[in-house]
Design a protein around this ligand. Sequence first.
Ligand code: GLY
Length: 354
Amino acid sequence: MRTVHITASTEYDVLIGEGLIDKAGELTRKVVKPCRCLIVTDDTVDELYGDRVQISFSYAGFDVTRFPFPAGEASKNLSTLSDILDAMGAAELSRSDLVVALGGGVVGDIAGFAAAIYTRGIRFVQIPTTLLAAVDSSVGGKTAIDMPFGKNMVGAFHQPSLVITDTDVLRDLPALQLSNGAAEAIKCGVLNDPELFALLESGDWLDDVDAVVERCVAYKRDVVAGDEFDTGNRAFLNLGHTFGHAIEHLSHFTMLHGQAVAVGTVMAASAASCPGEMIRRLADCMKANGLPVRCDYPVTDLARAALSDKKRAGKSITLVLPDVIGKCRLEKVPVTDLPRWFERALNTQEALEL
Ligand code: GLY
């Protein structure tokens, strides 16, 4: 088992290894004394792993109840949050009790937010069951729900007490879910880790998924340690997200987050006028992982959609632009320049025939 120790306002371990789902209760008991706990999950994950996780926590001495909600981003809303809070109340959780978030990014975000606000904050454990959640969203304490006026617009920073990633679960994921998460792992490679990028380039790294998750989490550890509350360098984690957010929005969220981030990352390199060879290498890495590299939306629509990005601060927007594989820079640009950045990205991609 690999362990990455996170030093944020709450310190905690991220445990990565095979067969951990059946040891989740025992592993949690090392950091949280047995208490009441509510497992929050979605109906898909519940069917696959709900019983095993519940048995594991019960066996470790926890008094467990379970709350599954319908799978999908559409559930990440106030109504589901209210249902989760009701379930926490019905289970008579007190401030010294525990929430277990068993699932992908949607479950982690909404269960974490419920834990952040119930009795002004109770502990929670993340058990990510998608690659995307394992390499990104389960670590770092961002919790949120979507609102009619935007994704993740209401939330809180609330760090988990423990993250348990079972790599057998990740190995069993469908190909589409793996490529969705691979986009975020490739992002970490481009930001900071050329060796990780090289590993992912083959598209054949499932045997090394433990190392992939560990390297991504170790990078996130360093970013979060320096800027837990996202006022500075945590913005680097948005590589591909400004362009990607626009694409996701224009696709009416039919495109998966990772797919949009993949296109957005290649667009960021293209807009940054990186050497053609590097842009091609990046695009080939995305393709090797079953990810798209371009979109056909008009520049004006892309720019308008990007401006609905909550990360925009007033009249400027911070872009994350690759310099080389393994190093990026932040560039604050006036929002009025955004169409030109999109145009440069699309023109470069056209010229390279991506
Ligand atoms: N997923 C980006 C962040 O945690 O800041």
